[in-house]
Design a protein around this ligand. Structure first.
Ligand SMILES: NC(=O)c1ccc[n+]([C@@H]2O[C@H](COP(=O)([O-])OP(=O)(O)OC[C@H]3O[C@@H](n4cnc5c(N)ncnc54)[C@H](OP(=O)(O)O)[C@@H]3O)[C@@H](O)[C@H]2O)c1
Length: 324
């Protein structure tokens, strides 16, 4: 490891200590973020290393701005994200201009060292060479030599890519390796890989309206000590997502007992209180949404009984799981 990386990682760890608060996590379903300062964010440990990550990160599949105002809004989100102590930013070559936009904006803001960049790779043709080329292009676009996490996107080419990614971890060009999906149809394959291969992370879809991952995948991640990023925590950007189901509805009065002040916090506290979950990565292009969602990493989190209450409430409101 060269000196630059040492300084960068030390800085990263220092920031995590100063601006975040550790969650117990790991098997009880109960975790409390007892913030000593209002801005402290709850964190969870990556099992493979013990490094702690704030439980709220950022998804960037809508980071291809088409005008100055859109670019400025995303810049404001990235500035506030790291200033608040949050760090995880999920992107992918498949997300059009996302990697390039992140590379430019993080360079402008000077906050790359505070970010935990998770990108993705595929090998549709089944060769490691295409994966290798894609990784170099990601580094160029993201303007970084060291990728914090590289995930095989939707398991495409996983067999040839995992050895390549491990080799790059050994050469300190990647810090962690993972695989992703957002479709229950891929869970059987994902479960097989989780049993067969050494993985640091999985990324999976999970929300109050879509709990299929809780049946086998999340428990296996806990058992195998694999960190979990959660995509689509609001059911995506489409019409019919979780927000559309609660439009005009007040929060239940008991939400205040969990320090929940908005539907965004309601949905995210449900996700991040699952004991297997390391970090949720909601898509956010608006600063107000980031500010709102950071609230899910502060204050009390639901325990197992309170999570059941949230599920019962949701099912009565919106129909059974799988309907969103
Ligand atoms: N297979 C895979 O690997 C895979 C698949 C899907 C997604 N992903 C990752 O997961 C991330 C999240 O998924 P997603 O962005 O599609 O869906 P999502 O996180 O479920 O929903 C994002 C939508 O919610 C809105 N939003 C965010 N916070 C809000 C709040 N507090 N109140 C009201 N609305 C709010 C966002 O609006 P604004 O943008 O206007 O702020 C955006 O329209 C993606 O960006 C991507 O990084 C990975």
């Amino acid at each position: 490891m060269n000196g630059t990386m040492h300084r960068r990682q030390a800085l990263k760890l220092g920031i995590a200590t100063a601006a975040t608060v550790a969650l117990s996590g790991g098997g009880t379903g109960h975790a409390t973020a007892s913030a000593s300062a209002p801005e402290a964010l709850a964190t969870r440990a990556i099992p493979a290393s013990g490094e702690r990550l704030p439980v709220i990160g950022l998804g960037t599949n809508n980071y291809s701005p088409t005008n100055d105002a859109e670019r400025a809004a995303r810049r404001a989100v990235l500035a506030r994200l790291t200033a608040s102590g949050a760090s995880v930013i999920d992107t992918a070559p498949a997300y059009r201009e996302s990697e390039r936009t992140l590379g430019e904006l993080l360079a402008e803001l000077g906050n790359r060292d505070r970010a935990f960049i998770a990108t993705k790779v595929t090998a549709a043709g089944g060769t490691a060479e295409e994966g290798q080329a894609m990784l170099e292009e990601s580094r160029r676009r993201l303007r970084t030599e060291l990728l914090d996490l590289v995930q095989v996107h939707n398991l495409v080419g996983v067999e040839v890519l995992l050895p390549l990614l491990r080799e790059q971890v050994a050469r300190r060009r990647i810090r962690y390796v993972g695989i992703t999906t957002s479709r229950a149809g891929q869970y059987p394959d994902m479960l097989r890989w989780m049993r067969a291969a050494p993985l640091d992370f999985v990324q999976v879809d999970y929300s109050l309206g879509n709990r299929a991952a809780a049946a086998e995948l999340l428990p296996l991640a806990q058992e195998k000590k694999i960190a979990v990023l959660v995509n689509l925590p609001f059911g995506g950007r489409r019409d019919g997502n979780l927000f559309s189901r609660v439009k005009g509805q007040p929060l239940p009065p008991w939400a205040a007992e969990l320090d929940i002040a908005s539907w965004g916090q309601f949905f995210l506290k449900y996700v991040v209180s699952h004991p297997a979950v390391t970090c949720a990565i909601p898509g956010m292009t608006q600063l107000a949404n980031l500010e709102d969602n950071l609230g899910a990493a502060r204050g009390r989190l639901p325990d197992a009984a309170q999570r059941q209450r949230m599920e019962d409430f949701w099912d009565a409101l919106a129909g059974p799981p799988g309907s969103v």
